[in-house]
Design a protein around this ligand. Structure first.
Ligand SMILES: NC(=O)c1ccc[n+]([C@@H]2O[C@H](COP(=O)([O-])OP(=O)(O)OC[C@H]3O[C@@H](n4cnc5c(N)ncnc54)[C@H](O)[C@@H]3O)[C@@H](O)[C@H]2O)c1
Length: 344
């Protein structure tokens, strides 16, 4: 059933990405209001009140999800909290948007799916933002129309500008590592482009090129993975934390009658400068700059689904498969062996 009233949203997490989602909901998403913000960090709550005009703030997640004047909860909290918070919010009768990955543990993903299945009237959406990027959408539409014949190979990368502060070295303790944190986007894209196949086996390797602190988390700053999907589809992923010039997300889909390329290089805009040093352009700084529009489209799709206006193509089962493959890749990185992907 469609609703004419604006969707009343409470957000949990106002960190690196949560703040951006909060700004979007407060100022840029039609038919939504940001009515509550939750974080254990008081300075973040003060900023939400003073800069975003959020009416109510709280350090208690439980208090927020029990509020009768909230329809939906947006979770931008550390990955280790996603499953429990999603389950609690669904049980409290709220629609849920949760950032990727749904959970590090596949069993936790499946528990979330089981609870969501008991609440079919509630929307539960995972933030695979690239599915909402206009270029990726167009590529998917063209694939559906048969533009490159039958797609069989996806080569995809997520590469970040090096952050010398080492922020992500601390972050690695909770993020699940390079493949679960970054490549999980490429994994979801590859499945989407190849028609949502299940994976059979994976192999991964990687290296620590610049950040030795990652070794204690059994993580790497540059990683490579190969995936064999059922039905013959194949994927190759590359992820890096150490690019010198900028953020570079790029995906190539190869089919029997052509290929598609989304993103090439890290050019920020159409300005190219030529001078005594050569010909050069500025680079995209980070994932948010590259996907700014997609984050807006993604939240618009969530709000629209909650108001009963549109259905979502992206399912919790897709998010579970992405975690299942990401975990197998992470196991392979650590074992040095080909790992079978455990089927449901
Ligand atoms: N879609 C993307 O491209 C993308 C990009 C970056 C991050 N993410 C995801 O977003 C999530 C958050 O990442 P981040 O980089 O913003 O992390 P962050 O550490 O910068 O922010 C986490 C926030 O959660 C808050 N928090 C911690 N415990 C909480 C609790 N119990 N209740 C409520 N709030 C709590 C913290 O105070 C902080 O505001 C992660 O799951 C990450 O994988 C997705």
């Amino acid at each position: 059933m469609t609703s004419r009233a604006p969707l009343r949203i409470g957000i949990a997490g106002l960190g690196r990405l949560g703040w951006r989602h909060a700004e979007n909901i407060a100022y840029s998403i039609r038919d939504a209001r940001l009515v509550c913000a939750c974080s254990p960090v008081r300075t973040e709550l003060e900023a939400a009140s003073s800069r975003l005009g959020v009416e109510r703030t709280t350090t208690s997640f439980e208090e927020m999800i029990q509020s009768p004047d909230i329809d939906a909860v947006v979770l931008v909290t550390p990955t280790s909290l996603h499953a429990e918070q999603t389950i609690a919010a669904l049980e409290a009768g709220k629609h849920v948007f949760v950032e990727k990955p749904l959970a590090l543990d596949v069993a936790d993903c499946e528990r979330v799916q089981a609870v969501a299945a008991r609440h079919p009237g509630l929307v539960a959406m995972v933030g695979f933002v690239r599915r909402f990027d206009p270029s990726y959408r167009e590529a998917h539409d063209r694939l559906q129309r048969g533009a490159i014949g039958k797609p069989f190979f996806v080569r995809s990368q997520t590469c970040d500008l090096n952050d010398p502060s080492g922020f992500f070295v601390q972050y690695a303790a909770h993020s699940g590592g390079l493949f679960m944190d970054c490549s999980v986007h490429d994994i979801d894209l590859a499945r989407w482009m190849l028609g949502n196949p299940r994976a059979e086996r994976v192999y991964a390797t990687g290296t620590i090129a610049m950040h030795p602190g990652l070794a204690k988390h059994q993580d790497v700053d540059n990683g490579f993975a190969l995936v064999d999907f059922e039905g013959g589809g194949r994927a190759a992923f590359y992820a890096s934390r150490t690019f010198a010039h900028g953020h570079e997300t790029q995906t190539e889909v190869i089919g029997t009658a052509g290929k598609l390329l989304v993103g090439h290089g890290a050019a920020r805009d159409r300005l190219v400068t030529s001078d005594a040093q050569g010909t050069h352009h500025a680079s995209v700084a980070d994932f948010f700059e590259r996907f700014e529009n997609a984050f807006l489209q993604e939240m618009t799709a969530f709000v629209s689904a909650c108001r009963g206006e549109t259905a979502l193509e992206l399912t919790l089962a897709d998010a579970t498969e992405a975690s299942r493959i990401g975990q197998a890749i992470t196991r392979s990185l650590r074992s040095g062996q080909v790992e079978r992907v455990l089927q449901p």
